[in-house]
Design a protein around this ligand. Sequence first.
Ligand SMILES: [Zn+2]
Length: 390
Amino acid sequence: MPDLPLLAWLLILSALVLGILAGHFGWGRRWTRGGSLRGVGARSFGKLHPDYLTGLDYLVTEQPDRALDMFLKLMDASADTIETHFALGALYRRRGEVERAIRIHQNLLARDGLAPEHREQALLALAQDYLRAGVLDRAEGLFQKVAETPRLRASALAALRGVYERQHEWQQALDTYRQLARIKAAPPRLVAAHYLCELAALELERGAIDAARTLLRQARREAAPFARATLLRAQIADRQNDRELAIRLLRSALHECPELLAEELPHLLALAGSEQRDALLAELVAQARERGAGDLKRLVFAAIAADLSGAAPLRDALESVFTQDATLNALWQEGRGNEERVARELGALLNHAERYRCAECGFAARSFYWHCPACQSWQTFESYALVKLR
Ligand SMILES: [Zn+2]
């Protein structure tokens, strides 16, 4: 998560601190009359700890770290500011100053007579600190402990699911998903379907085809149609030398998820073999034309990237895709009589371009991911070069 912009951070912290001060010193009405802080303080708040004012000065002069040190020192000395501790701890964590957040929450937990609900809240906050710091085993243990508290169970399990995802502990992620489903707090079932596919892919890697099939059947019960499961079934068929089935399944996966085209077109054509290649390409072109200009463009780009621009069934498709786009048309007209070279150059560009982008967070990548490495969303990758070149 990016840091808050400095101004937003200052505003939040100022509001927080003013809130505390207003609460402690009954300032509310007087503060709205305006005037400088020191002036007001000098006139009306003789008992105000001078460090508060110093801290606020640091804020005003944009020295948030020094301000935070000051407020932390003051709050360490005060016994009745639990909510403020939580708010400041969360702000530190968001700023990435995790060690300070941990210190705040550990201080809280070390207090005698801390109310049980505050202890649970502090444990949850500390677990989130460890998660942010990347100390996953500690975060996991704490989230598990907090999950026993009914009030915080959904938050703790949701975080725990994230921890297992980051560790690629797919079985545990799935178990946690099921626990969340039981309290009606689970994310969409597509997520469970992906966990099952991750597990199936692992089984496939170790050659356990039957176990992989069982998991894929379960995945399809969670989400259908589900291109990822279809793709894995195509791999199984290929491994078992059932070429026709592998082609059918792969085409079906591409139909369900056209984003896969750039990655999977070469596999599909390899399965078809040189004698069937042109017939297959002609069918794909006809289908893409039916589905619209976007799909035809995606197919043409995938073919160009796979160095297929010379294939006869693509000639008309290349012409219509290039001439319908202002930028591409300029390239195309310049290279008239030498279309294949233009397509090759574009292919080289495409192969080095970040072809995909996460629709959720904007993370761009050259390869397709089912699970965004940046924001951990599932199945949010879309073709990026298409957008950029449009
Ligand atoms: Zn993302």
